[in-house]
Design a protein around this ligand. Structure first.
Ligand code: SAM
Length: 382
């Protein structure tokens, strides 16, 4: 495909997303109906779509319309590209710019330039204080790919060497050597031997740092285990008995095969099958995902106040339920991939106020720390 044809494909997909389709579904549908597109085309179109969603507000202002064409026109103006060279109307390129189309845009207001919904902005500012604007700006950039070198299978150096054999360049993070940032070849990771043989797992830096903060424990319950990212990270410490649970057991379907690949032992407990108490219970709760909006930018525009309120209620219920499984003097860890304090510090403070747990430590990670946004609090049972 020519670069201009890729742009036209992105415009079509963006229009479907703007009319309500989830981004992944719209991309998949386009791929299936466009067998002529190669993997390079698909990757480039995906990047165009996701970049435009990350910067939806500012690009719509610049491009003069919240449409696929408006967003791509906004992209041209934001990145100093000449739109006349792209909107040529030739072959499969976008149709020529209509008279006046170029003049409809304007400079984004200060609020639009942050690329956050209006209703989120006060929550964002209240949660992040002086970092609110830099974090919002960082959210409009593409996220790096992070891997966790799995200590049950390899040292970080061995994992890096194996990745290199498949053309992937990765580098250890100074503060946590098992966290590897992919410098080159990110799209090759899922086919690499290091990944297939369990030497590395895909996991952002912030949950890795959060798991590293967890107290040492022999018996751990991962109460909201989902695909098992936290279970596997905890199991990789060795000498630990990990039980994974999720209210929706189907979410754990892949966990046994992931654990086999990683050489980890994880026990699966369905609801009603959790026995006894644990030294550490981890609750990686459902949340707004506002810390990962770089990776799932359409979620940024779909979240609303009602959904956030529901999530805060669900999180509070999970803390109350999960707390029952913590042994006396044991720990309860609460995690979200959100930056909104209602889901984080306020949630934990309210729980400490109504329970027999006291706050031991907490930390917010943001893209300013090179990671996704993430929150972890560790509470101790009195
Ligand atoms: C953020 S995801 C977990 C991600 C997972 N820990 C990982 O690292 O891959 C939240 C999970 O909480 C589960 N969940 C929702 N409500 C729950 C509840 N009341 N009790 C336990 N799990 C719940 C969801 O099914 C979902 O899998």
């Amino acid at each position: 495909m020519t670069p201009a044809a890729r742009v036209q494909a992105a415009i079509t997909i963006l229009d479907q997303i703007l009319s309500g389709d989830p981004a992944e579904a719209a991309l998949l549908r386009w791929s299936r109906s466009s067998r002529f597109a190669g993997s390079g085309d698909r990757a480039a179109i995906r990047d165009l779509v996701f970049d435009s969603l990350r910067r939806r507000r500012s690009r719509a202002a610049l491009g003069g319309a919240l449409t696929g064409r408006g967003l791509i026109l906004g992209m041209c103006l934001q990145e100093g590209l000449d739109p006349v060279q792209i909107f040529t109307g030739e072959g499969h390129a976008p149709a020529k710019l209509a008279g006046g189309e170029l003049g409809k845009g304007r400079q984004p207001t200060e609020a639009e330039a942050l690329d956050l919904p209006d209703w989120v902005q006060p929550l964002w500012a209240g949660s992040l204080g002086a970092n609110a604007k830099p974090v919002a700006r960082a959210m409009s950039a593409r996220a790096p790919v992070w891997l966790r070198a799995n200590a049950l299978r390899a040292t970080p150096a061995q994992a890096i060497a194996s990745l290199a054999q498949d053309g992937i360049v990765a580098q250890s993070f100074t503060g946590l050597p098992t966290a590897l940032v992919v410098i080159e070849g990110a799209r090759k990771v899922s086919n690499a031997r290091a990944y297939r043989d369990g030497l590395v797992e895909l996991q952002d830096l912030s949950p890795q740092l959060a798991c590293a903060m967890l107290p040492t424990a022999q018996k751990v319950l991962d109460y909201c285990a989902g695909g098992g990212g936290k279970s596997l990270a905890i199991a990789a410490r060795g000498n630990v008995d990990v039980t994974a649970h999720d209210a929706n057991p189907a979410r754990m379907n892949d966990l046994p095969s992931r654990a086999d690949r990683a050489g980890a032992k994880v026990r699966i407990a369905k609801s009603g099958q959790i026995r006894g108490t644990f030294d550490l219970v981890v609750t990686d709760v459902p949340c707004s995902g506002s810390g990962t909006w770089r990776r799932t930018p359409d979620a940024k525009w779909r979240l609303d106040r009602d959904r956030l309120r529901d999530l805060v209620e669900i999180q509070a219920g999970i803390l109350d339920d999960a707390g029952r499984y913590v042994a006396p003097n044991g720990y309860l860890a609460y995690m979200t991939c959100s930056l909104i304090d209602e889901e984080n510090g306020q949630q934990v403070a309210a729980f400490a106020g109504r329970s027999e747990f006291e706050l031991h430590s907490q930390r917010v990670f943001t893209p300013l720390d090179a990671s996704d946004g993430f929150f972890v609090a560790i509470l101790r049972r009195r």
